[in-house]
Design a protein around this ligand. Structure first.
Ligand code: DGJ
Length: 550
């Protein structure tokens, strides 16, 4: 179930009662709690009218994240991770947990690295999202311990149509599933004891599961299952007629079969972990092209690709979120992927995205589309890059594009998360094809223009070069907005009176103090407001505006 742990209503008194109820429920559902600190509520995904928020410490939380490189979650490398997160102004770090590290000997668990990770994250005032590199990592199984790798009869790889071994785990291996469940349970049990502070917010179960270089498993167990009718739960869930895999899914039979058994396996791992410690859990997807998807195996087969989200929802109810890893910097593709994964039954979370400068602006569109979190991949100081700029791109300079946006957004992250739950937030990233964008609020349309001078209306917007702008706007009241943006001009048009124009009542530049009170640094007027609000590329300002019309 997608963490509707308890219903949220907006009235303060009801909220307080629910909070007490939630804590009591939590306390009775778990083993006796050791200290007062453990009464902190569990992180949860909450929903209101089809809008979602990740709730942390009982309040909506926006994850401004960063994912470390794959081999950076080792004590000797932690000092390459935390400083990067701090430079970025990130509030959350996504770090892998390696099966080969925690269970090098079968049945013997070592959580010392996990404990150090928790301790150091807390010292750096960071939350964590943990990535379970278990049976699957990018369609292979390279993070399994040696005792798995060396016993391939017991822990078999997948066989392709020609009977050749593919570098991917078979989802039909019961011993493998049991071993993964045992390890993941042990991890979650440990976290429950070791993390009363709720430093860990969510857990990703496996990593980009599926298979590359084959469409489905043709091993003996798989063949037996393929000869069976499609499971009733799947046909009923999809509203299809019963039949064989070929009859029900035609040309997509092999891919759908692989997806079903991969998702079913992962469901069992997630469910086992949740019996110990029910943190929100998600899976991440290596994507297919959202416009020209082609057919597996041109993309990862069996994965939670957009065509199989419904299937994953049916097969894996313990997985609350099916999340896209977006490595497509093209604007239309990025927005299309968001559109495909942001659904009434699926909160939007972007747990990985590209780390080159052209991705930084997408944090605005992601938040504007209700994302609970967004995280560029590989921004630590290990100087290892998956982007074309090469290793030097990992130096501090590579952090700047994201750091600039996070520095602006981090102080208002909770407000944005709370606003998104109420559908009060809109946002956009610069589209190189279209230099004006409109964000519709009730009484006002916000108009964003890119590539405008500070002064005047004498030219049409021509776009920034390269396109790097974006903004998020939070509706504070019917005629009042909070604006955070980068390299964009923002203005408003009333929707309630076509013959009227906006008149600024007050445009305040300022910030929120620790208690959440607005502090005005100055009031913008004259040249700073006569042509709209020009938000620069090289300075971060937060604006609070109130308007009327004339
Ligand atoms: C996606 C994977 O999920 C990550 O672990 C990492 O391998 C990146 N690709 C590299 O681009």
């Amino acid at each position: 179930m997608i963490g509707t742990r308890f219903w949220r209503c907006s009235a303060g008194a009801a909220l307080a009662i629910m909070e007490v109820f939630a804590i009591l429920t939590l306390a009775s559902a778990q083993a006796p709690l050791k200290s007062a600190a453990t009464t902190k509520p569990l992180p949860a995904v909450i929903e209101k009218d089809g809008h979602y928020a990740l709730e942390v410490d009982g309040k909506p939380y926006l994850m401004l994240g960063v994912q470390a490189n794959n081999s950076s979650a080792w004590p000797a490398y932690f000092d390459k991770v935390w400083p990067a997160a701090e430079t970025l102004h990130a509030n959350t770090v996504e770090l892998p947990i390696y099966w080969e590290q925690i269970e090098a000997t079968q049945g013997t668990f070592d959580f010392s690295v996990v404990d150090l990770m928790l301790k150091q994250a807390r010292e750096h005032h960071l939350h964590l999202v943990l990535l379970w590199f278990g049976t699957w990592k990018n369609g292979s199984s390279h993070y399994t311990p040696e005792w798995i790798k060396l016993d391939q009869a017991k822990y078999p790889f997948l066989l392709n149509k020609e009977g050749k071994t593919v570098d991917s785990p078979s989802p039909f291996s019961k011993p493998w599933l049991e071993a993964d469940k045992t390890a993941f349970r042990a991890l979650m049990r440990h976290l429950k004891q070791a993390d009363p502070e709720r430093t860990v917010l969510m857990v990703q179960v496996e990593n980009e599961s599926g298979v590359w270089g084959g469409v489905r498993d043709y091993g003996p167990e798989a063949e037996k299952a393929f000869a069976e009718p499609v499971p009733e739960r799947l046909v009923a869930g999809l509203g299809k007629q019963p039949g064989s895999w070929k009859q029900v899914f035609g040309d997509d039979a092999d891919e759908t079969f692989e997806a079903w058994f991969t998702a079913t396996y992962i469901e069992q791992v997630a469910a086992a972990g949740k019996t110990e410690y029910p943190l929100p859990m998600y899976v991440n997807a290596a994507l297919r092209d959202p416009f020209k998807p082609g057919h597996a195996p041109s993309y990862e087969s069996g994965a939670p690709t957009d065509n199989n989200i419904d299937l994953w929802k049916i097969a894996a109810p313990s997985i609350g979120i099916v999340a896209p890893d977006i490595y497509m910097s093209d604007y239309a593709k990025y927005m299309k992927v968001i559109d495909l994964y942001r659904r009434k039954d699926n909160p939007l979370l972007i747990p990985e995205t590209g780390n080159s400068a052209d991705y930084a602006r997408y944090v605005y569109a992601a938040i504007g589309q209700g994302a609970m979190g967004w995280a560029p991949f590989g921004l630590d100081l290990t100087r290892y890059s998956n982007q074309t700029e090469g290793p030097e791109a990992m130096e501090n300079t590579a952090l700047k594009p994201v750091a600039r946006q996070y520095a602006l957004l981090e102080p208002i992250a909770r407000k944005l998360a709370a606003g998104n739950l109420e559908s009060k937030v809109r946002g956009a990233s610069e589209d190189p094809e279209n230099h004006t964008q409109t964000l519709a609020f009730g009484r006002w349309n916000a108009v964003l223009q890119y590539g405008m001078p500070s002064f005047g209306n004498w030219m049409q917007p021509r776009g920034n070069s390269p396109p790097d702008g974006g903004a998020v706007i939070l509706e504070l009241g019917p005629d009042e907005f909070l604006i955070a943006g980068h390299h964009v001009r923002v203005d408003f048009k009333p929707t309630f009176a076509q013959d009227k124009k906006r008149l600024w009542l007050k445009v305040e530049e300022g910030s929120y103090d620790a208690a959440g009170n607005w502090k005005t640094a100055r009031i913008w007027n004259g040249d700073q407001t006569d042509y709209g609000l020009n938000l620069k590329a090289d300075e971060n300002v937060l604006l609070k505006v109130r308007m009327t019309t004339f």
